[in-house]
Design a protein around this ligand. Structure first.
Ligand code: NAD
Ligand code: IPM
Ligand code: MN
Length: 363
């Protein structure tokens, strides 16, 4: 069996609940596809602040660096919301992304059969939805200089949005390569009518596009894109955009799939190490109830097989197990229709494992 080390960082709120289900699915997939997984748990976010006064302890970072892949739940919660920046759970995510060089964040939004009715949009608008947001993850306004100062007119706060040309080029190239393997269309999203960084972004996209003549490129302003995503979502294939625009557009795109609880992500860099986490947060309103949707976390593990272990077959087995469970009518609360029965987080995870056992490859 192929040995792989996975760093598991459950985090806060519903993080541990959904990660448990994802780990179960990873182990089941490992049995079916011949892996020997060593899962080591690490502290991150609010829990790490409580115990070690550090949202991203050095030992957690070391654990990640010594692993083949990282699986993360979610961080954050009201308890830490008024902490100073270096003692906020979210700082752990930013630190992991930066320290591990994970500049490319892949956030696919696909509609599973039967879930049209769970979305707030009309089923006919959703037909054929299959888009991929490629979000720049280690630059832009998240990582620019930021400070608050006292002035004669009161407090003044500054955030800066900065991009080097090379930072734009590497994410754009990644997006073009991904588009080549899909429907060969790219929408580059920016605010070039106002922002200098967006004008540079546009120039880089135009230059890189010459190396990919088979991919059709379109520039779109972010405000228009926010509207187009819900008016004709099926027309989008790959969307490539800067850090904060990608954050916002991907939560919006989640509703095309029925729930934010459906959206997985992969954060990749130059090297082989990848981090896999749901797009959603720690959902403090659901924490501890065992009702959170584990699909985003489970599909993130499918992305782990695809992008870190280069095992497309295992990735598809997980995705089709999720599809089969959904086709059987099983739902969690967020995607269940009013009045219908919903499974718990754990029950849903068990069903996915069962489907994997039943339909996985013969031993
Ligand atoms: P959220 O994604 O946690 O929740 C938004 C809404 O979606 C809530 O109503 C929640 O109940 C629902 N939801 C989210 N995940 C769900 C799931 N798996 N199943 C069913 N419903 C689900 O966003 P928020 O409320 O804005 O943020 C809460 C905390 O999470 C904040 O501290 C924020 O900073 C943090 N956060 C963390 C991450 C991360 O760790 N990657 C991402 C986003 C937000
Ligand atoms: C996400 C989250 C994070 C982000 C926060 C929690 C720092 O919203 O992963 O989408 O903005 O990147
Ligand atoms: Mn977000």
């Amino acid at each position: 069996a192929e040995k792989k080390r996975i760093a598991v960082l459950p985090g806060d709120g519903i993080g541990p609940e959904i990660v448990d289900e994802s780990v179960k699915v990873i182990k089941e997939t490992g049995k079916q596809f011949g892996y020997d997984f060593e899962c080591s748990f690490g502290m991150v976010g609010g829990g790490a602040i409580e115990r070690l006064k550090n949202p991203l302890p050095e030992e957690t970072l070391t654990l990640c660096r010594n692993s083949d892949a990282v699986l993360l739940g979610a961080v954050g919660g009201p308890r830490w919301d008024s902490n100073p920046p270096h003692l906020r759970p979210e700082k752990a995510l930013l630190g992991l992304r930066q320290e591990l060089g994970l500049f490319a964040n892949l956030r696919p939004a696909t509609l599973f059969p039967g879930l049209e009715k769970s979305s707030s949009l009309k089923p006919e608008v959703l037909e054929g939805v299959d888009l991929l947001v490629v979000r720049e993850l280690t630059g832009g306004i998240y990582f620019g200089e930021k400070y608050t100062e006292e002035t004669g007119e009161g407090a003044r706060a500054t955030d800066t949005l900065v991009y080097y040309e090379h930072e734009i080029e590497r994410i754009v190239r990644r997006a073009f390569r991904l588009a080549k393997g899909r429907r060969r269309r790219i929408t580059s999203v920016d605010k070039a009518n106002v922002l200098e960084s967006s004008r540079l972004w546009r120039r880089v996209v135009d230059r890189v596009s010459k190396d990919f003549p088979e991919v059709r490129v379109q520039h779109m302003l972010v405000d228009n894109c926010a509207m187009q995503i819900i008016s004709r979502p099926a027309d989008f294939d790959v969307i490539v955009t800067e850090n904060m625009f990608g954050d916002i557009l991907s939560d919006e795109a989640a509703m095309l799939t029925g729930s934010i609880g459906m959206l997985p992500s992969a954060s990749l860099g130059k090297g082989p190490l990848g981090l896999y986490e749901p797009v959603h947060g720690s959902a403090p309103d659901l924490a501890g109830q065992g009702v959170a949707n584990p699909i985003a976390a489970i599909l993130s593990s499918a992305m782990m097989f695809r992008h870190s272990f280069h095992d497309e077959e295992a990735a598809r087995a997980i995705e089709s197990a999720v599809k089969k469970v959904l086709s059987s009518g099983a739902r969690t609360t967020d995607i269940a229709l009013a009045g219908s029965l919903a499974l718990s987080t754990e029950e849903f995870g068990d069903r996915v494992c069962e489907a994997l056992r039943r339909y996985g490859p013969d031993p």
